[in-house]
Structure formats: structure tokens, C-alpha cells
Design a protein around this ligand. Structure first.
Ligand code: GLU
Length: 306
């Protein structure tokens, strides 16, 4: 049966924006009677804070969301990613890249044509064997890049509509050997038979890249629903400095998890202000949800949770 998932990185407490995305992902899956998985995206060891595996699960549980066993951690699944990397390598689609971040930044100061800042300009894509040896003997360890798509990639996002993007040569393995997020997410979404990926729309730009990776691996792509971000009044994405943004913060103000869940439901047109709702009620109402297509601006210190 096709599944849904929520895939947080355990780098801090979930905030109201994360919780709203989790609620939507859960509603899509459970209202369809589908499995729903939690997958921790924890390959980036430098930013993981071990206590937040538990804090994030606890907050979802307090809101009344449930998930199927087992909770998945990407760091336990490196074999799967290594085998996808081997497939790409054997197909001759990858190459070692010796560029530092600074070199890439400098090379893309003045992008021309359709590319945006931050795309990889292809510096290492045609290196000769001698040039590679020279880099290696200078002590540079390469990352591995996948050759991009010659054509723009197009897809229809359930919330953002028709979307198209260019795909540059993306890193699929970091210089320290860690599989890159874009590769791991594709492998996992297919392995877990995710039918609809529901996540925040800051990843919309990465999606053409992920579709390209699925394509060259011969894997069936999921569909996507990118949820507009929750923003602070400044227009920046909601962050800790914006006040009481986590469930723990809200509870410290004397609010209970039902109030927070109900508030999130009001932002989806699934509850009236001040009403107290349960996850079960939300599943019944979900077919009439007003799916978000615009960012939600919140002033956390002025939220009236009823
Ligand atoms: N780990 C990402 C995040 O916490 C989400 C990735 C995804 O859902 O594909 O923003």
C-alpha cells in the first residue's frame, strides 16, 4: 500500500511550521488508510543533536499523531545508499569534484543564462587523469557529482502546481564519504513506497534534482506536495528567536497540546478558532481542508490559541 512519511532532521525541537507540515503529511496518509513513517534524516552527523530524536517523536505523540513501526534512521541504511552510488558510478554518470565551496562561490559570482547562484559550473566535469592526480597529490579529497539533466525537469506539485527546474551536477557523495541528502531521500522514498512526499516548500528547488536522480537510477518517482513555509512577521522563516515556537514553549505558557493541534487545524481550515479537535475529527474533515498555497505568517507571541 502506498505510504506517507515525515522526515525531520533531529537537529532541534520541531517548531509550529514543522508540526503543521507533519500534521498535513499525516492527514494525507491516514485519511487514505495508508501507512505513515517517521524517517530521521540524520546523515549530517555534525548537526544532529541526539536528544532530539526523542523530543521530536514526543511532540508528535503529544499532538496525537501516530506512525507505523519502525522509526527509520538514515544512518542505519548506508548500505542502500552505497549500492545506489555504485549503480551511478558503474553507469559512468558520476565524477570526482575537487572544488571547495569558496571556489564554487567565486566561479558562480556572475551566473549567466538560466542558472541561479549556487549552481555547480562544471569545473571538474571534464578533468583529465593527470589533473585528477594533481588534485589528489595536493591532498584534496573529492566529493562525487552526478551529471545533471540536459533538459529542464518538469513536474506538477499538488500544492505549488506545474513546476520546472534545471538540474546541475549535484553532489551525491560528500568528500567525507557520506551519501548526500538528495541521493538518500530518493532511495528511501522509493524503498518505503512513498506515494506522496509532503514537506516544506524550501525543498521545492531540490525536487528536479531528486527526480533526475530517480530517473537515472530507474526508480519510480513519488508525487509531491510542498507546503508553503510558516514565516515570522519579518518574512524570514519561523525560528527559535521568534518567541514561543515549539510545543514545549507553548506548554510553558499554559497551553495544552490539544490547543496547539487545534490551532494548526484552524490554519488548514479544519477547525474554528477556539474549537478543540482531535486527530480523528481532523481525518473526517480532511477532504474539505483548505490546502495551503501561500506562506502562513505568524507572530508567536500574539497567538491566541483559544
Ligand atoms: N529533513 C528535511 C527537513 O527536516 C526534510 C526532507 C524531506 O522531507 O525530504 O527539512
Amino acid at each position: 500500500m502506498p505510504s506517507g512519511r515525515f522526515a525531520p532532521s533531529p537537529t532541534g525541537r520541531l517548531h509550529l511550521g514543522n508540526l503543521r507540515t507533519a500534521l498535513l503529511a499525516w492527514l494525507f496518509a491516514r485519511s487514505d488508510g495508508s501507512p505513515f513513517w517517521i524517517r530521521f534524516e540524520d546523515l549530517d552527523t555534525a548537526s544532529v543533536r541526539p536528544e532530539h530524536y526523542q523530543s521530536q517523536l514526543e511532540d508528535l505523540r503529544l499532538l496525537g499523531l501516530d506512525w507505523d513501526d519502525d522509526v527509520i534512521r538514515q544512518r542505519d541504511r548506508r548500505d542502500l545508499y552505497e549500492s545506489a552510488l555504485a549503480t551511478l558510478y558503474q553507469a559512468g554518470l558520476t565524477y570526482p569534484c575537487y572544488c571547495s565551496r569558496r571556489e564554487i562561490r567565486e566561479a558562480t559570482q556572475a551566473p549567466n543564462g538560466p542558472w541561479s547562484h549556487g549552481h555547480y559550473p562544471g569545473t571538474c566535469s571534464q578533468l583529465t587523469a593527470e589533473q585528477r592526480i594533481r588534485h589528489e597529490s595536493a591532498g584534496r579529497t573529492p566529493s562525487l557529482r552526478l551529471r545533471g539533466s540536459p533538459q529542464p525537469i518538469e513536474f506538477v506539485d499538488l500544492l505549488c502546481g506545474p513546476t520546472r527546474g534545471l538540474v546541475d551536477d549535484a553532489v551525491v557523495q560528500r568528500f567525507d564519504g557520506t551519501p548526500a541528502y538528495n541521493l538518500a531521500v530518493v532511495v528511501d522514498d522509493v524503498a518505503q513506497e512513498i506515494e506522496l512526499v509532503v514537506r516544506a516548500d524550501d525543498l521545492l528547488d531540490s525536487t528536479p534534482r531528486q527526480l533526475h536522480i530517480a530517473d537515472v537510477l530507474g526508480l519510480p518517482p513519488p508525487r509531491y506536495a510542498h507546503v508553503p513555509l510558516v514565516l515570522a512577521p519579518s518574512g524570514d522563516r519561523l525560528a527559535k528567536r521568534d518567541g514561543a515556537v515549539t510545543l514545549a514553549d507553548r506548554m510553558a505558557l499554559g497551553e495544552d497540546p490539544v490547543q496547539v493541534l487545534s490551532f494548526l487545524a484552524t490554519t488548514l481550515g479544519l477547525a474554528e478558532a477556539g474549537e478543540r479537535v482531535s486527530p480523528g475529527i481532523l481525518i473526517d474533515r480532511f477532504p474539505s481542508a483548505t490546502l495551503p498555497t501561500e506562506p502562513l505568517v505568524l507572530e508567536p507571541d500574539r497567538l491566541d490559541l483559544g
